[in-house]
Ligand binder design. Structure first.
Ligand code: UDP
Length: 239
């Protein structure tokens, strides 16, 4: 599939057009950003790790009945995906309180939540990605349909169950993660973007060692070593 013009560049990926109007190529970058891009870094090989991890997790989800934009892997940093219109919301799923939830509500870091929490954040760097509810989604015209919002939440919960059950087998606790969804040419809502240690929190089951972007956010060590460990464990289980 021939790569054509750059259509979008985000913090972690570049999106290119292809000769097929319904397909895009996602290139995973080595750049790292945190705190709304106030902290910046670059780690050679990080993009390839996220590309591999994302492709394996998309395949795992597809096998379990979740529709995603993923088509196939082209090389170590490029995935071929369906072109979708990304909804401007981040769907965050939390099993354990940490990060912004602990900060905002004063909930003890590391506290297991009594039930799975699903939240929406409005994707807007200038506004600092504020948390929003269903009514805000309608006012912002992200969608007017309650059934779309309910579908996003139910997909997010299903994805959580599949991933949590998978990761616990390789001694990783899935603490929280962020998903993005898009609308495909059939007007269906499908999972898009990426699922990687940039967008998930993984803690070792025995030691609670952090094996995700918090290593970069909090200067806890070598990010690549942590991401390599996540990939090694996924491969050991055969996603
Ligand atoms: N997250 C993300 N992109 C964002 C914000 C959050 O991928 O722009 C992920 C983050 O890695 C974590 C989860 O969503 O797995 C919840 O993040 P949180 O709201 O606690 O924010 P943070 O502490 O990262 O600022």
């Amino acid at each position: 599939m021939q790569q054509k013009e750059l259509i979008y560049e985000g913090k972690g990926k570049k999106i290119f057009a292809t000769e097929d109007a319904n397909l895009i190529i996602a290139e995973f970058k080595d750049d790292l950003t945190a705190f709304n891009a106030q902290k910046k870094g670059n780690e050679t090989g990080k993009g390839a790790l996220n590309c591999k991890i994302s492709s394996l997790l998309f395949e795992l989800l597809e096998k379990n009945g979740i529709k995603t934009h993923y088509k196939k892997t082209l090389d170590s940093t490029h995935l071929l995906c369906d072109k979708v219109r990304i909804l401007p919301i981040e769907v965050v799923v939390r099993n354990v309180a940490t990060g912004s939830l602990s900060k905002r509500l004063g909930i003890k870091d590391g506290l297991e939540l009594p039930f799975v929490l699903v939240e929406f954040y409005y994707k807007d760097d200038v506004l600092g990605d504020p948390i929003i509810n269903d009514e805000h989604c309608k006012i912002l015209n992200i969608t007017q349909k309650q059934e779309d919002l309910d579908f996003l939440k139910s997909q997010a919960r299903k994805i959580n169950t599949i991933l949590k059950d998978f990761f616990i087998k390789v001694n990783l606790r899935l603490i929280d993660f962020k998903l993005e969804f898009g609308i495909n040419k059939e007007n269906q809502i499908v999972l898009a973007d990426e699922i990687s240690p940039d967008s998930c929190r993984f803690w070792d089951k025995d030691t609670n060692e952090k094996l995700d972007k918090d290593v970069f956010r909090q200067n806890l060590g070598n990010v690549k070593v942590a991401y390599e460990e996540v990939l090694k464990r996924i491969l050991s289980q055969g996603a």
